[in-house]
Design a protein around this ligand. Structure first.
Ligand SMILES: [Ca+2]
Ligand SMILES: [Ca+2]
Ligand SMILES: [Ca+2]
Length: 129
């Protein structure tokens, strides 16, 4: 479910990067190879950024951020390693502290997850796969 949403967001983000000919697109200069373009989107158009994509110098995704409840604070952070999703950190109760960590292998298989159950920002429970 989350990855379906992610795939949609990736498509949207890719569309934004590709739309360089429209006046609203960022200048071509900051998207050139070797730079680290940052894509910010306001998907619900409330004036607050709710999606961020940062690419590394090779043009591969470095990390993504999502604001799922649209309160202006990011709740889901996805970190990439060599262009593949490696770790996802989620603030599932929107209190500003990460409480779910998901470690991925090969960009999509869940290798391990951790949960913070008492709200101290540190994992208390984990499961390896
Ligand atoms: Ca928004
Ligand atoms: Ca939020
Ligand atoms: Ca939390």
């Amino acid at each position: 479910m989350r990855f379906v949403l992610l795939a949609i967001l990736c498509l949207l983000a890719a569309g934004t990067v590709g739309a360089q000919s429209t006046p609203a697109a960022p200048p071509v200069g900051i998207l050139k190879k070797g730079s680290a373009p940052r894509v910010e989107m306001d998907l619900d158009e409330d004036g607050r950024i709710d999606y961020v994509l940062v690419n590394n110098a090779k043009g591969l995704p470095e990390h993504e951020e999502f604001d799922y409840n649209h309160d202006g604070a990011m709740d889901d952070f996805l970190y990439y390693d060599n262009g593949m999703a490696a770790r996802e950190e989620i603030d599932s109760d929107y209190d500003g502290k990460i409480d779910i960590w998901v470690h991925l292998s090969e960009g999509r298989y869940i290798r391990r997850w951790e949960r913070d159950l008492d709200g101290d920002g540190k994992p208390d429970k984990f499961q390896d796969f």
